[in-house]
Design a protein around this ligand. Sequence first.
Ligand code: G4P
Length: 527
Amino acid sequence: MSSVSPEVSKRRTFAIISHPDAGKTTITEKVLLFGNAIQRAGTVKGRGSNQHAKSDWMEMEKERGISVTTSVMQFPFNDCLVNLLDTPGHEDFSEDTYRTLTAVDSCLMVIDAAKGVEDRTRKLMEVTRLRDTPIVTFMNKLDREVRDPMEVMDEVENELKIACAPITWPIGCGKGFKGVYHIHREETILYQSGLGHTIQEVRVIKGLDNPELDVAIGDDLAAQLRDELELVLGASNEFDHELFLQGKLTPVFFGTALGNFGVDHFLDGLTEWAPSPLPRQSEEREVVADEENFSGFVFKIQANMDPKHRDRIAFMRIVSGKYSQGMKMNHVRLGKTVSISDAVTFMAGDRERAADAYAGDIIGLHNHGTIQIGDTFTQGEKLKFSGIPNFAPELFRRIRLRDPLKQKQLLKGLVQLSEEGAVQVFRPLINNDLIVGAVGVLQFDVVVARLKSEYNVDAIYESVNVTTARWVSGKDSKKYEEFKRKCEPNLALDGGDNLTYIAPSRVNLNLSMERHPDITFHQTREH
Ligand code: G4P
């Protein structure tokens, strides 16, 4: 126990993983409703109106209706303080999502019960596996005709290799959706349609054999429910907290986000069972959340969240200890001590000045270009948190100015955007080209839009003969120098001045790798 333990143990920090359209935005909205962060659902993202999710901030996102960036929402629930980290829905921004998943301690997996396990959920589950993140599951859209719940659970077990333990069980679906039976509380919670914008007054019937149940949902459905539950309880796993914490078993809840039904059930589960802030590995040692001394790492940098504040915010996950206003921190990479007087928190979706924040919380630091993704901050100890990846881009374009006088602005903008992890920029050693590398196509559009709005430069793309890139390093300095000389036409510096091999084709890359066995070609670069 330390002085920060009571606060730290209240924290639950999670993200939602799902396939686009499964209902992540709708769920976020309802979660905020329960967290008293908003009064009425529909204020987060009024589809068909001019309102948009608080988590969407760029004009482009609004136009395209996709969430390009990550933001953070903090709210109280039960006796906990919950941090929900939003992740971009579009797969072109998966790098952002991967890094955000390094900053959470658990995930909510949302599945469209009509569709079952979809592609992007599969990929994101692979990422959560890297750290065995505990997963809570919500089967959504029970107000529609969905697939047999048992079948969908089987699919989750087989495809995602995680055992399912139903905590609630649905009664009917579509127009005939009556609610759920809560297996742990041994009660039926009845659903009423059309009340999705508010927190519903629900009717609860205690006990499975209660004759009231027959009256409420009809004799036939009640009998069917009793039969089904006997089968389900026999055939499925019981909830096991240890296995859940190891990421091997997921508690499963059913409901409808649109109808705001079932959301509080999984929030109860999440606050009760999900871990409080977990330790993080640094290159030097493991750092535990309730250590007295403050430490944290930056997983995301974002610009221009609020048009009124044209600044850039570095999102830091606090790993241990406590942040208080005005405290001094050591920016480890630069070896500098900085005084942080105006960090922001994300209570209720609005930015507020953070008075205190604890391990598990996310704070935003105003960044004037000195902070990079992956940077560690401490109270003096030399630590470097590990495992925050940069992926080699797969798409490349040369970027060119319409107005050649703004070359300096363009370079500045590109380097800053690459520090944020939005894209990567490469400057070939042999010419003055600027090559932008991205993991997904949409990132290119974002860069041009942001260059225009934030740096006032008008840029266009041209195709370039690069198909893949690898960061290079070599232990033997003589061989490294020889490699640099021979391969100069294919070498470039990235935004952080790291040497990169940019290859016109896979064949070319493979040949170079064969020819220079003493050089290491890295597919990811740790920040
Ligand atoms: P996403 O962020 O995961 O992409 O999903 P989002 O919440 O935007 O939901 C995708 C669509 O699914 C939306 O419909 C939303 O209204 C709908 N939806 C979400 N949860 C439920 C649910 O429990 N039941 C039903 N029936 N639908 C649900 P849309 O057509 O894109 O928007 P709208 O025109 O319906 O507003």
